[in-house]
Design a protein. Structure first.
Lengths: 141, 117, 597
């Protein structure tokens, strides 16, 4: 993959901005009715069926331990090799380029798969590494 | 694609669960020592609810329904949820536009046992 | 009646009692006459016995005859004394008249009887014994000498008793009435004294001369008849005899004259003495009932005048005394009355003072009431005006409320319409929103697709982004519209609530206004009535005030009059006190006369 600015879909979840690589973000949909999953972690809000596929909805704010009260309006669908998932969003900002590779936000847990702070026109955001995060989530607990 | 013939649809604390009919020994009243399926959702089932018997043990739900299906498609578990509930979640079935998580009762029992510990 | 009872007890036998001195006097004079006869008469032998028998016989007959005649003169007195006649004033007056005349009558009768008696004796003696003429003349002489003497003595003795009888019978009778009923006596004191002197001096002198002549003759004859040696003895015996006989005669005459003088003096002096005593008593203020004092001649006149004078004086003093008593009593009554009147006047003055003060208070109260009534009327007028203006205001208020209700209804209708429109707009906005949202998502997906297509999709991405911005603008606008709609909804809800409240309020206000109008109407009516009533009160109070002022003035006048009356009453009381003092003085003066009647 060639180095240089990469296009990211930037969205807000609570007061924080997140970004996923545009090529991984397959779709943005309104938050549908969710089906709860037995024994699921708190950040896993539930699942919904989309185009014949069951997609888990992950609350990023809960995932990093900073839950918000805002209503999620949209979900951003992300697809990687192993599967797909959806991230909650209070607002989808749009596609924006992110220069270089910002450092990881943490050494372990979910933050190990987030880079930042990354500069976008709307502010500073955390750039999510979807493959790694899915790997992390599928490990379960 | 896998499929299932006959499902038992269970509701506990507003959450839905589907079990393959062949895993259920019997549907019984929730008397005696039972495992509370509500624990899987961080809640408590109705003490007057029904129970599913599996491997000689009882798992209690608020309500239980049986749907006779033939070759009902089972949707796969998303990668992010493969290990959920000690791997009790085996897939999802869709009935009349509503998604039901399909669980394996023996693993669910293991999960509940572990949670209650 | 005590006097009459005394009289009744005293009267019996008084006729004889009155005549008794006549017998005594005549007997005494007859004794004297017998002595004279014994000394001077020369009776022939044997005749002297016959003479004395004749004398005694004729004297007895004369006494009986005199008694019969005298009884006729005292018919009324004897009738009263014997109880044959009732003791009446006229009988008493008749008896008094009889008693008063009786002494003179019996004197004259005595003279006549003496002359008749001696004449009768002389005639009888001459016819029996044929005595000499000289003896007969001598016998006749004896009657002429001793008859008047006996008459004087008897008159005096009977006169004394007659005075007593008259005074007794006159007791209790008015002297004035007696005097006016009786005739004034005609015989004066002077003629009585002359007669008395003549009888008591001249006649005894004649008797003495005659006796002396007779005795002298006896002595001379005896001396001539005697012899010389006996002549001295005869002379001495004759002298002794003459002396003895003369002395006896003189003594008898003197006794008789003295007694007669004493009795006659008493007859004159006693009434005068009585008059003097009575006058002295009067002088000392002793006022017993006036009694008749019997007397003769001028003494009778004097005593009568005095008795009548005394009677008049007693009557006068009695009247004066009773008048004084009356004055004292009247003055006392007047004093009491004036004291009562004074007390009453003082009381009345005090009461009037109080009444005057009360009236003044009343007048003041009336003035206060009048001023209060004026204030009340003013207030009532103001209230009426306020109520009327309030009524007008209430009408305006009601009209305003009515307009407000209509406005409110219009507003409510407008709000309803607005709500409907807003709902429509909301629905439209929802549609727009949905469309915009889907457009946004579509645009987003297109942008992602464009991005994934690399350089080829760049223009596509840009268009998609532009679409997204449009969609977002639309969403923002619709959000604003929604916000506006929300605000409109809130506002319309508030308006609706407000109009609802306004409706309730206006309905309440309408009924309130109605109530206010009713209240104000009744207030106005009450105020009008109050005003009328107060006007009446004010009028009445003004009249009352006028009346009270007049009353106060009248009370002041009355008070003045009462005070004047009080002063007059005090003056009257003082005058009364003076009058009482005067009446006391008068009573003292009157009381100086000791009244026994």
């Amino acid at each position: 993959m060639a180095e240089g600015p990469r296009g990211h879909l930037v969205f807000a979840c609570g007061g924080s901005l997140y970004a996923v690589p545009a090529e991984r973000a397959s779709e943005v949909v309104n938050l549908p009715v969710l089906t709860r999953v037995p024994g699921a972690a708190p950040h896993l809000l539930g699942v919904f069926a989309h185009r014949g596929e069951v997609l888990p909805v992950i609350d990023l704010a809960r995932l990093i331990g900073k839950p918000v009260d805002e209503i999620f309006k949209r979900v951003v669908l992300v697809r990687v090799g192993k599967g797909a998932m959806a991230f909650t969003a209070t607002k989808v900002i749009g596609v924006a380029p992110i220069e270089g590779a910002p450092p990881r936000l943490g050494e372990s847990g979910a933050l190990a798969f987030m880079h930042g702070p990354a500069r976008v026109p709307a502010g500073e955001c955390a750039a999510i590494e979807p493959e790694g995060l899915l790997e992390y989530l599928s490990r379960g607990r | 694609m896998a499929s299932v013939d006959g499902v038992v649809l269970c509701v506990v604390s507003g959450a839905r669960l589907a079990v393959s009919a062949d895993q259920v020994d019997a549907i019984a009243t929730a008397e005696g020592p039972v495992w509370d399926a509500g624990v899987a959702f961080g809640a408590t089932s109705d003490p007057a609810g029904r129970a599913l018997q599996c491997l000689g043990r009882l798992i209690r739900f608020d309500s239980i329904d049986v749907v006779a299906t033939v070759g009902l498609p089972v949707l796969p578990v998303p990668a992010a949820l493969v290990n959920t509930a000690h791997g009790a979640l085996t897939g999802f079935v869709e009935l009349s536009g509503t998604l039901w998580p399909l669980v394996a009762l023996d693993r669910l029992l293991g999960f509940l046992e572990a949670r209650s510990r | 009646m005590t006097a009459q009872a005394n009289l009744t007890a005293w009267l019996p036998g008084r006729g004889r009692w009155l005549m008794l001195p006549s017998t005594l006097g005549n007997s005494l004079v007859a004794l004297l006459a017998a002595q004279y006869a014994a000394a001077t008469f020369r009776f022939p032998e044997g005749v002297i016995g016959t003479f004395w028998i004749l004398v005694v016989t004729v004297a007895s007959m004369g006494v009986g005859l005199a008694e019969v005649v005298a009884s006729r003169r005292l018919a009324t007195l004897r009738g009263l004394a014997a109880g044959r006649l009732p003791i009446t004033d006229s009988n008493r007056l008749k008896a008094i008249d009889e008693a008063r005349r009786f002494p003179d009558q019996i004197s004259r009768l005595g003279v006549v009887m003496w002359l008749l008696a001696v004449s009768f004796v002389a005639v009888l003696l001459w016819s029996i014994e044929q005595v000499s003429w000289s003896l007969l003349v001598r016998i006749e002489m004896m009657g002429l000498l001793f008859g008047p003497m006996a008459a004087v003595v008897v008159g005096l003795l009977v006169g004394r008793r007659a005075h007593a009888v008259v005074e007794r019978l006159a007791e209790g009778l008015s002297p004035d009435a007696i005097v006016s009923a009786l005739e004034t006596p005609t015989v004066s004191v002077r003629s009585r004294l002359v007669a008395f002197t003549v009888v008591m001096v001249a006649l005894p002198s004649l008797v003495a001369i005659d006796v002396t002549r007779a005795l002298g003759t006896d002595v001379i004859e005896g001396w001539v008849a005697s012899t010389a040696p006996d002549r001295d003895a005869v002379a001495a015996a004759a002298q002794t005899m003459v002396l003895l006989k003369t002395a006896v005669l003189i003594l008898l005459t003197a006794v008789m004259a003295t007694v007669a003088a004493a009795v006659g003096g008493g007859l004159l002096a006693d009434p005068l003495q009585r008059v003097a005593e009575e006058a002295s008593g009067l002088a000392q203020g002793r006022l017993d009932a006036a009694a008749l004092i019997a007397g003769d001649g001028e003494v009778w006149l004097i005593s009568n005048v005095f008795s009548r004078l005394k009677e008049r004086l007693v009557g006068l003093v009695k009247k004066l005394s009773s008048a004084t008593l009356g004055i004292a009593r009247a003055a006392g009554t007047l004093q009491q009355a004036s004291q009562d009147s004074e007390a009453g006047a003082a009381e009345q003055a005090a009461a009037l003072n109080q009444t005057s003060a009360t009236t003044e208070e009343l007048a003041q109260s009336a003035r206060q009431i009048a001023s209060s009534a004026a204030s009340v009327q003013e207030l009532a007028q103001k209230t009426l005006e306020a109520a009327e203006s309030g009524l007008a205001s209430a009408d305006s208020f009601r009209a305003a409320i009515e307009r407000m209700r209509q406005d409110n209804r219009s507003i409510a209708a407008a709000v309803d319409r607005l709500t409907g429109r807003v709902q429509q707009i909301g629905r439209i906005v929802d549609v727009i929103n949905t469309v915009a949202d889907r457009s946004d998502l579509l645009a987003l997906s297109a942008e992602l697709e464009g991005t994934r297509a690399g350089e080829v999709g760049r223009g596509f991405s840009l268009v998609a982004a532009e679409m997204r911005r449009l969609a977002e603008n639309v969403l923002e606008s619709t959000a604003e519209v929604e916000e506006l709609i929300s605000e409109i909804r809130t506002a319309t809800r508030q308006t609706s609530d407000a109009t609802e409240r306004a409706r309730t309020l206006t309905e309440g206000s309408t009924s309130l206004a109605d109530e206010v109008v009713r209240s104000l109407t009744s207030v106005a009516q009450s105020a009008r009535q109050t005003s009328d009533a107060v006007r009446t009160i004010s009028l009445a109070t003004q009249q009352q005030q006028t009346g009270t002022d007049q009353l106060a003035e009248a009370m002041a006048d009355i008070l003045g009059i009462t005070q004047q009356s009080l002063a007059s009453t005090r003056q009257l009381t003082a005058a009364n006190e003076r009058l009482q003092a005067l009446s006391t003085v008068l009573a003292e003066v009157v009381n100086r006369f000791e009244q026994r009647a």
